[in-house]
Write a protein that binds this ligand. Structure first.
Ligand code: ATP
Ligand code: MG
Length: 392
């Protein structure tokens, strides 16, 4: 009997022609995540991926793999020659082990999937035999088909597999299957979650942060690095661009109505991101905007922001409530870093009365007072770039 990890992915979501491409990408991601474990085997069979742990810690492997996009669930299983006696024996061992770890377990259910139609028994018969055998051999246990404490799964394919736990993955699609986008990454709660959600659809991520040094500190920059590092657990290497927005903010402050500061700087952010994104093969921008969350995130504000660029802007949080965004931030591990109280570039020149219902023609008039091209070139020329990975 050998240990094997079963990795399931959402095959229904995969269109036929793409299937092999997705599977190969996913195998590649898994191999990459385990690349330090020499001799480990990862391979594809029966629309699953199998990982042979060859003696490495199984829980550690599962903990790493559950963060890989495209994986729906994982199970640590026992694998052996398909034979009814051995199946019963493995099922008994599995349930005994579970009870040894958790003595509140009082009920179980046996479930079977038979992929090998040549196996002499059909699935319901296998479940019945396994169930009967477990009842005979374990005291104080009973069957509950509706709400069991444990499900003992048997799968019969070229070999037999027995397991009882399923760890959920995040689903989604393997990274690198859907191009690349540039995330506007502030130090806040929302933008890391927005980037994570788009990455979950298989999109590679680069990130851009705007600061107002020396009004914003090195510590706030370090915080953005930390957020990118957490994202890179899921997203792989992240190229992170730093842009100093201060020269632009000063110009706006001097030449335009005070209330337009936020909307004008947001348009600059988009234009700069579009320019740099285009040069680096990104085909969309991502922001953490959500309708009505702050003064600038009115529909009119979003419209005027949109009109600054041609590149599509993805806003995966657009209709989400803050509590749900916060819960997701906690789940992916960015929340604690996001709430650290460091200054943000946008607060430096925050107007007392921001325009919340901007009109495009008025904003365009204000922009005419600025050397938009010159300013954009100036800040891009002094851009800094770092490559972030989580094992740094
Ligand atoms: P967040 O929690 O992501 O900071 P927010 O609720 O504070 O968002 P805004 O400040 O209006 O909202 O920012 C909206 C979006 O604009 C952010 O989610 C982010 O994508 C982008 N953004 C804002 N400030 C910056 C910045 N300093 N650098 C990069 N992107 C930014
Ligand atoms: Mg913010």
């Amino acid at each position: 009997m050998e240990n094997i990890i079963i990795v399931r992915y959402g095959e229904v979501a995969l269109k036929r022609l793409n299937k092999k491409f997705f599977e190969d990408k996913l195998v590649g991601q898994i191999q990459h995540a385990l690349s330090d474990l020499e001799g480990i085997r990862v391979y594809k069979a029966h629309s699953r991926i199998y990982v042979d742990p060859v003696g490495y810690d199984i829980q550690d492997i599962i903990d790493r793999l559950k963060k890989i996009f495209g994986i729906v669930s994982l199970s640590a299983a026992k694998r052996f020659e398909a034979d009814m006696d051995r199946i019963k024996e493995a099922a008994l061992k599995e349930l005994e082990d579970r009870i040894a770890r958790d003595n509140s377990i009082k009920t179980f259910k046996a479930e079977t999937r038979r992929g090998d139609k040549k196996f002499p028994l059909q699935s319901p018969e296998i479940s019945r035999d396994v169930g009967a055998y477990l009842l005979q051999n374990i005291d104080n246990i009973s069957v509950d088909v509706h709400n069991p404490d444990v499900i003992i799964y048997t799968e019969v394919r070229d070999k037999a597999f027995v397991f009882s736990d399923k760890t959920d993955g995040f689903g989604g699609l393997p990274l690198g299957t859907n191009g690349k986008a540039l995330l506007l990454l502030s130090g806040g709660i929302d933008s890391p979650v927005a980037g994570w959600l788009v990455a979950k659809r298989g999109v590679e991520i680069e990130a851009m942060h705007f600061h107002s040094f020396p009004f914003t500190s090195d510590r706030s920059r370090e915080k953005v690095n930390d957020l990118a590092r957490i994202l890179s657990i899921y997203c792989g290497k992240i190229k992170l661009y730093f842009i100093n927005l201060l020269p632009i903010q000063k110009e706006i402050n001097e030449k335009c109505p005070k209330g337009e500061m936020t909307i004008l700087s947001r348009r600059f952010m988009m234009k700069i991101a579009e320019r740099v994104g285009r040069e680096n093969n990104c085909d969309a921008l991502i922001t953490g905007e959500s309708i009505g969350q702050v003064a600038s995130q009115t529909i009119k504000g979003l419209y005027v922001t949109n009109e600054s660029v041609e590149m599509p802007i993805f806003r995966p949080l657009i209709a989400m409530d803050k509590v749900d965004i916060v819960n997701l931030a906690k789940e992916i591990g960015t929340y604690e870093t996001s709430i650290l109280p460091f200054e943000d570039c946008c607060t430096v020149f925050l107007p007392k009365h921001p325009v919340t219902q901007p009109r495009l023609h008025r904003i365009l008039e204000s922009e005419e007072r600025l050397d938009v091209e010159g300013l954009i070139n100036e800040v891009i020329n002094s851009m800094e770039v770092e490559t972030i990975t989580f094992d740094d």
